[in-house]
Design a protein around this ligand. Structure first.
Ligand SMILES: Nc1ncnc2c1ncn2[C@@H]1O[C@H](COP(=O)(O)OP(=O)(O)O)[C@@H](O)[C@H]1O
Ligand SMILES: [Mg+2]
Length: 417
């Protein structure tokens, strides 16, 4: 059906001869100029598109129409009819908010679109619009303001139906979400398996030791007690790591003298270091007061010492040290250049880490150990503890030359106390 020429419905027409056409269809003009001029000779077009406006009428993929300055529809094209379901007769003269969902009209979206276009020259958006039959479609919309002699005379509006593209993207997003969910479930399954194995092994060591203890004598007795104690410690550590991870490690930082805390737990660290390694502690002579959760600091050090012990198959050394220094923000983004930090490090002369291991070692659940030996949560606890205490943690390690893991915690300022 042929739509009535917009100039025939009696609505006053702004003349916008001087404004540039907002439509990219200009390129078409060369080809069809002659034909269009012939067709439009009959009457002056409402907006001066040259011959474009008849061409626009034939466009079916885009709804292209004009609004007056207050948003009433002045023209319509085949694309508008195809996308929105209205004929020109039905919509010309109506306000363009007809196409908006009720809730958007109530929120003042149509006015906002025109205001923005009037102010900035153009408004572009994506949203839901309503067809004549009440169904919704996803629309990409561009509104261009048309000025004549500095005065706003109307708007050119281009709407494209992008429902299919939108739905395809939506399906893709849902598929990705389902995949992520499946991966999460798989990861939890793996974790559960690992933890179950861990505890099973630990309990087996404890049960066997207890069984044999009643029949054992002298030195043998001590070995069995030590084995059971080590297994129990490991179980406690594992539980702590899991709790810290599951809770997102909620800390209770208080002002503590770090040296005193470490000194008070030396026996715990020695026990975690096991019988074949030598564990030494060297505490800096300085004010080492920091704001930390004491229990988590101890847990972090136990995790580091246990890692060093796990790494060493032959007798070796584990060295815990504290020192005070400024941080280099170039090396440690986020570190404050003007603050003293307490560095707490655990070094070993074990086998060290390959670079690809060092890079991933702090990731939760990253482990190179067999099922039943590693949860991959030790270093992530260390990292989480350090950063939640306002500091950072890093690993120095070279294959064959040992490993040093350092936590840097800002020293408490007097005002913090
Ligand atoms: N002192 C160390 N020497 C060598 N490798 C280490 C050391 N500490 C950690 N690693 C490596 O980092 C990995 C992750 O450590 P961690 O997060 O504590 O998990 P887990 O000890 O349960 O494997 C270990 O599996 C190991 O490969
Ligand atoms: Mg560990």
């Amino acid at each position: 059906m042929q739509h009535p020429a917009p100039s025939m419905d009696g609505v006053a027409r702004p003349q916008v001869a001087s404004s540039p056409s907002p439509f990219a269809l200009r390129r078409e003009r060369g080809k069809s100029d002659e034909r269009l001029h012939a067709m439009t000779d009959a009457g002056a077009p409402p907006f001066s598109f040259g011959g474009d406006h008849l061409l626009l009428q034939g466009v079916t993929d885009y709804a292209i129409y004009m609004l007056d300055a207050s948003g009433n529809i002045l023209s319509w094209n085949t694309g508008g009819q195809r996308i929105k379901g209205y004929t020109g007769d039905e919509v010309i003269g109506r306000h363009f908010s007809t196409f908006y969902p009720q809730e958007d009209v109530e929120r003042g979206e149509p006015e906002r679109a025109l205001d923005t276009a009037a102010r900035e020259g153009r408004y572009e958006t994506e949203g839901w619009r309503v067809r004549k039959d009440g169904s919704r479609f996803r629309a990409h919309i561009v509104v261009d303001a048309i000025y004549q002699g500095g005065e706003l005379v109307g708007f050119a509006k281009i709407t494209r139906d992008i429902t299919e593209r939108y739905q395809a993207a939506e399906h893709r997003r849902q598929a990705e979400q389902a995949l992520a969910q499946a991966q999460k479930v798989a990861a939890i399954g793996q974790l559960t398996l690992g933890v179950a194995h861990d505890f099973n092994n630990l309990l087996a060591v404890i049960a066997t030791s207890l069984d044999q203890l009643s029949r054992a004598e002298g030195r043998r007795k001590e070995v069995l007690i030590d084995a059971a104690r080590q297994a129990a410690d490991r179980g406690v550590r594992l539980t702590r790591q899991m709790l810290a991870f599951a809770r997102g490690q909620r800390l209770e930082p208080k002002l503590h003298d770090a040296n005193a805390l470490i000194d008070g737990s030396i026996e715990i660290y020695r026990r975690a270091a096991g019988p074949i390694t030598q564990c030494t502690v060297e505490l800096v002579q300085a004010d080492t007061r920091i704001m930390v959760d004491a229990e988590q600091l101890e847990a972090a050090l136990v995790n580091l010492v246990a890692n060093a012990r796990d790494a060493m198959e032959r007798p070796g050394n584990i060295h815990i040290a504290t020192r005070v220094a400024r941080a280099d923000p170039d090396l440690h983004p986020g570190a404050a250049a003007d603050r003293d930090y307490l560095y707490v490090s655990v070094a070993d002369d074990g086998p060290g880490m390959e670079e690809h291991v060092r890079l991933r070692a702090m990731e939760p659940f990253f482990t190179t150990k067999d099922v039943g030996r590693g949860s991959g949560l030790g270093l992530s606890q260390v990292f989480g503890f350090a950063s939640q205490s306002g500091g950072f943690a890093f690993i120095d390690s070279t294959p064959g030359e040992g490993t040093r893991v350092t936590m840097a915690i800002p020293l408490a300022e007097v005002a913090d106390a």
